[in-house]
Ligand binder design. Structure first.
Ligand SMILES: Nc1ncnc2c1ncn2[C@@H]1O[C@H](COP(=O)(O)OP(=O)(O)OP(=O)(O)O)[C@@H](O)[C@H]1O
Ligand SMILES: O=P(O)(O)OC[C@H]1O[C@H](OP(=O)(O)OP(=O)(O)O)[C@H](O)[C@@H]1O
Length: 298
């Protein structure tokens, strides 16, 4: 899992929710889990697909962008081909082509043959190769392999400074809020990939049963975060309408009340939909609506 950066805290929360207990000594990148026969390794987000791909680590949490960058290497290697298990739905960002806001360039095609700076060289190369093959000039090198006329240069950090420093005509960099991009006087003209954190697994896990158990615990925590439990009372005549509003994950639970004309309904509802669902339930006459946080689910 991610060592220190933007995904770190959310990863720790996932482990807590999955009851994976460990103590990490300061400066150590490995921690033994107290209540399961496994160890946690804290690595930079960009290195995780390599370790999982090589089968040295069974499960990993990193950004989809990092996995895509690792997988975009040409030709594919033994370490490519990790399996995505689950979208963890945090760490949302986009890898975007950016150019100076006040410059002449408005379309990514106009960057063909120019200088690009990025930390995602494989994805940038694949992106510009596609652009070049669709109209841009393709130079073929001595080995007969199509070589890019666009120059892709690697920079590890502060990529947004490259245009102002005259090193690049455009950059390919991550955008979350867009603050860094705007502060650097840049604008996005295209999206290479949309990313969230994902759970990945090796094709050759050392302990497939344990991998399934951990994946299932993490899935439970993610589902619990995504849903709330909605309970309410409704007149039997309106039960059909109400159940259409709250169909639940499988089906709503309907319980009889002492008043035989009324029933109590409970169903899981997507957290982001709950305000709308409550409005609609009120419209069909449901009352005593209670929304409860789900701690965990399986
Ligand atoms: N605003 C953002 N900037 C960079 N990465 C982001 C952003 N928002 C989400 N992410 C995701 O976080 C990933 C980087 O993770 P993280 O910052 O944990 O990296 P790290 O290498 O482990 O930490 P550090 O860079 O501090 O050493 C990106 O690949 C991306 O998927
Ligand atoms: O859209 P925003 O919310 O502003 O976030 C995007 C910025 O954050 C990341 O850089 P980071 O701060 O991790 O440092 P870095 O430039 O050294 O990679 C990324 O590379 C962008 O520069």
């Amino acid at each position: 899992m991610s060592a220190e950066g933007r995904l770190h805290q959310a990863c720790l929360d996932l482990l807590t929710g999955s009851d994976i207990q460990f103590h990490r000594h300061s400066r150590l990148d490995i921690a033994l889990v107290k209540n399961l026969p496994l160890a946690l390794v804290f690595l930079p987000a960009a290195d995780i697909p390599t370790f999982v791909g090589e089968g040295r680590v069974d499960l990993g949490i990193t950004g989809r962008d990092q996995v895509a960058e690792h997988e975009a290497v040409t030709p594919p290697t033994d370490t490519t081909g990790v399996e995505e298990v689950l979208d963890l739905e945090f760490g949302r960002c986009r890898l975007q082509v950016q150019v100076p806001e006040n410059g002449q360039i408005t379309r990514p095609e106009e960057l063909v043959g120019r200088n690009i700076v990025t930390s995602f060289t494989n994805l940038a190369e694949a992106y510009f190769r596609k652009l070049e093959n669709n109209g841009g000039e393709v130079v073929v090198n001595g080995e007969g392999k199509g070589r890019l006329s666009t120059t892709i240069k690697y920079i590890g950090g502060s990529v947004e400074a490259a245009c102002a420093l005259g090193v690049a005509d455009g950059i390919v960099d991550l955008v979350e809020s867009g603050e860094t991009m705007r502060a650097a006087g840049l604008k996005a003209i295209s999206t290479v990939i949309e990313s969230t954190a994902i759970l990945i697994r090796s094709k050759r896990p050392s302990d497939p049963k344990l991998v399934d158990l951990i994946a299932s615990r993490i899935r439970g925590v993610i589902t619990a975060q995504k849903y709330v439990l909605c309970t309410y009372n409704v007149h039997r005549e309106k039960l059909h309408d109400a159940c259409k509003i709250t169909p639940g994950k499988r089906a709503p639970t309907v319980n009889a009340l002492e008043d035989s004309l009324w029933v109590a309904v409970s169903a899981m509802v997507e957290r982001k939909q709950i305000a709308l669902v409550m409005d609609e339930l009120s419209e069909v006459g449901a009352c005593d609506v209670i929304v409860t946080k789900i701690e965990n689910t399986r």
